[in-house]
Ligand binder design. Structure first.
Ligand code: PHE
Length: 441
């Protein structure tokens, strides 16, 4: 059977950027940046994204197009059966990410409803904080929303690559960017908001330790969807005419821009409202409703915002599910239906303890972290960087000839730049990632 490909070059860029741009930049980036002291953390995040991140994006896409299979299949095809065991943790990692990602996706759906009904129409962030806390604490409702989020993801994936993912990315992602831009401008007009801008852009390296570096690296991998075979899988649906280096540049650029916009949208109002911006995962869900309460038509714009955030989250969750689907279809020869249903069920089940860890199971902790935090820490800060090391070594050493061939297809790449990518993959990425992990953990 001919493998499906993306409908157009723009469609592919939007779909991969859709995978990268999601809750990572709007929900996670602002509060993690705040928790790690702001400016200095941002600089490290940016530096890692445009060096290691960009190189890995090229390598993953190139490997995928060369292998024409999901992550496990690609490793096996290009490197032999012994590489199978290197691909499988990626499938597992995507499953775990989706368990906690689905919970936050569920919060997003709940916020569509609450904003539309005017339940959050207050500028008092104390009241909003309490409402948010009460909501995520509940044992049943957030889980129902989590299930709904997984069902929506399943619905898009069942629609197939092109129709499902590409169609919604094309229209709604640009709309999200425009709305964010408007909200940034409005937020910056609040008295006291510039403190947030200063916090974000003035580096203070005394606030950044090695654990902060691990967090920055984890956030970069998470925000760019790297290290888990997502871009390998997407690359496998890429036609031969597309120039990978240019495409990779677009995807990284869009994702980093979305993160900066997420930070600029959430942090200045948080400062203006006197919130503690490093309070944790509720930041976006508390400060944005307060912004909406300040603007005319806020109920409408707020509802639209959470709908678009849901779409952005779905274009990411779809890519996470797609990694499992293509593994089960390509390797185990399951039907696409079975291959989508089984991992979705696991994602639903795994999301239950993650959600309960904000309420009844809040005291269940390991290394001082709740179940939700552990899933996040394990995947973002350990599995994604380790996946990055393996992919870089594989692409830089074992499959370089294939990667080189893919990188020069469909456009020009000067020999110097090509050598740069090789150096990055073969040496810099593995050494830097390993060093940060060893020092920081
Ligand atoms: N990058 C996605 C986001 O920011 C999340 C993601 C992580 C997707 C890892 C795939 C792999 O929302």
């Amino acid at each position: 059977m001919q493998r499906a490909t993306w409908g157009s070059k723009l469609g592919f860029i939007l779909a991969s950027a859709g995978s990268a741009v999601g809750l990572g930049c709007i929900w996670k980036f602002p509060y993690v940046t705040a928790q790690n002291g702001g400016g200095a953390f941002l600089l490290v995040f940016l530096a890692l994204s445009f060096t290691l991140g960009l190189a890995l994006m090229k390598i993953e896409l190139a490997l995928g197009r060369a292998g024409k299979a999901g992550v496990v299949g690609t490793f096996c095809k290009l490197g032999g059966q012994k590489w199978r065991w290197i691909g499988i943790p990626s499938v597992l990692g995507c499953l775990i990410i989706m368990m906690f990602y689905g919970v936050v996706g569920g919060w997003t759906i709940a916020h569509i409803k609450m904003t539309a009904l005017g339940e959050l129409a207050t500028t008092d962030t104390k009241v909003l904080g309490a409402a948010f806390g009460d909501f995520i604490k509940q044992p049943v409702e957030p889980i129902v929303y989590h299930i709904l989020f997984i069902v929506l993801t399943l619905g898009v994936v069942a629609g197939g690559v092109q129709q499902g993912i590409e169609r919604i990315s094309k229209v709604l992602m640009p709309l999200l960017f425009v709305l964010m831009l408007a909200l940034i401008v409005r937020g910056l007009m609040l008295p006291g908001a510039w403190q947030g801008v200063e916090f974000l852009f003035r580096p203070d390296f005394s606030k950044l330790g090695f654990d902060g570096m691990v967090n920055a690296m984890g956030l970069a991998f998470f925000s760019l969807s790297l290290g888990m075979g997502v871009m390998v899988t997407y690359g496998s649906y890429l036609d031969d005419k597309t120039h990978i280096p240019g495409t990779a540049g677009w995807v990284v650029g869009l994702a980093v821009m979305a993160c900066l916009m997420g930070g600029l949208m959430v942090l200045p109002p948080a400062f203006a409202f006197g919130m503690n911006p490093s309070a944790g995962p509720g930041l976006t869900f508390i400060s944005m409703p307060a912004v909406f309460a300040h603007i005319p038509g806020g109920q409408l714009f707020g509802t639209l915002f959470f709908i678009l955030l849901l779409v952005a989250a779905l274009t990411s969750s779809v890519s996470l599910l797609e990694v499992s689907v293509s593994y089960f279809v390509d390797e185990l020869k399951w039907s696409r239906k079975m291959a989508s249903l089984v991992p979705s069920l696991l994602m639903v089940l795994g999301g239950i303890p993650a959600s309960l860890s904000f309420g009844p199971w809040a005291e269940v902790k390991l290394f001082g972290m709740t179940i939700f935090d552990q899933m996040d820490y394990l995947t973002s800060n350990i599995m994604l960087p380790l996946g990055g090391i393996v992919t870089a070594i594989f692409g830089g050493w074992f499959a370089w000839r294939e990667v080189e061939h893919q990188l020069t297809k469909g456009g020009q790449l000067s020999p110097a730049l090509l050598q740069g990518v090789r150096l990055m993959a073969a040496w810099v990425a593995p050494v830097v990632i390993a060093a940060v992990l060893v020092k920081g953990l």
